[in-house]
Design a protein around this ligand. Sequence first.
Ligand code: 4AD
Ligand code: MG
Length: 454
Amino acid sequence: MQRTLIVEALKSEKPLNNISVCGWVRTRRDAKGFFFVEINDGSCLGNLQCIVDEGTEAWMALADANTGAGVAISGDLAPSPGKGQKWELRAKTATVFGLADPEAYPLQKKRHSDEFLRTIAHLRARTNKYGAAFRIRSETAFAIHDFFRQNHYILVHTPILTGSDCEGAGEMFRVTTLAPGEKNVSEDFFNRGCNLTVSGQLELEALAMGLGRVYSFGPTFRAENSNTPRHAAEFWMVEPEAAFIGLDDLMDLGEGLVRHVVRHVLDRCQEDIGLFDKFVDKGLAARLENMLKLPFARIPYAEAVHILEDSGREFTYPASFGIDLQTEHERFLSEEHFQRPVIVYDYPREIKAFYMRGNEDDETVAAMDVLVPRIGELIGGSVREERLPRLQARMEELGQKLDDYWWYMDLRRFGTVPHGGFGLGFERLLMMLTGITNIRDVLPFPRTPGSLEF
Ligand code: 4AD
Ligand code: MG
């Protein structure tokens, strides 16, 4: 018998005889002469209710199948007389692949705290909330690829092992084959130091100088010891890089991407978004819809600082020109002041990375961050310094070893052109789309300081 996915069964237009579904028992209710089991197979939020009548083969087979058991059930899909579902499965035969001892299975209860579920990350995909979160994660990734494809961006894969520090921030994980205690880097696998990448940007710039418009979507690693709900040590970043692009185009690209994804997820993930709207973040769907109604606000950094200074708000870090915006500032601007996403641009040179293009005022760089309500920074990007003398001077100022970046500077030596790009934190986007407030709950197996269990 061919297997039918529950998402297909629930959407069926007509009764179906002799279908077979596989999944995990979510609930079981015993009655006189029959029992119900609700099965979920991960293909959608909904369960398929199965009626198992006394005397059927299925009745015998499922005798001990409680919450958590992995089963296959075959029978006829028929209209359900009960409330809340269109179809039910009248079970005829069944197989139990594996039982789950009710005394030991941790997901017996209906509701569990997020904190508890993090300790059983290997089981939480079997709950409604995490199933929904990971399905939205998948659909969001498709929406991102779809957007770039429509805009003629070429997908490239940048290396994960790298010899350079893109952000110049020194927050890198070291990769080595040397035994503990061995210190001679020249004897290491690559005869030099190797790190996990913090961003594919430098390589993307090289590829954009031939392919024009490129993007990557892959894992990035940061050894920053910040235990916040918005930082993970391993996260996924979406990074477009384009030749012949200026700051306004870059802002349009970032805004366009976010809008495209929100529209796509609202249209394609209604049921899963509905769950978050109801149980996690009331009003989520309406807020996402609203986000699409107005253009994002756009203000220079200097103006953002004025708004913060004039806000009358007591921030933990008081705002003044030259400070790096903190999450509290970013959230105030987007959540309270503008009440929508806001793009802040032209940041002071001193707080930004070496590769950002210097503005004529000699004080700011052509950088832009997209800040969104509840999250703060979602996107960080810039136009790149394409003028070799300026780039060199800046790197020297910052004490960077020019030799390490010879190939990066070659890009400025041969056919340099204006270009720029950004990085979007994929998990932060998912937090925005689901209302989930901790990054640990949008990553299937989060890596954060002191936490690497799974
Ligand atoms: O602003 P960031 O550091 O920018 C870059 O790395 C650039 N090289 C990207 C580029 O221009 N190609 O990081 C980009 C985004 C941030 O806006 C944030 O959303 C996310 O990556 N991000 C993190 N997400 C989760 N955990 C962390 N530790 C993150 N650090 C940055
Ligand atoms: Mg940033």
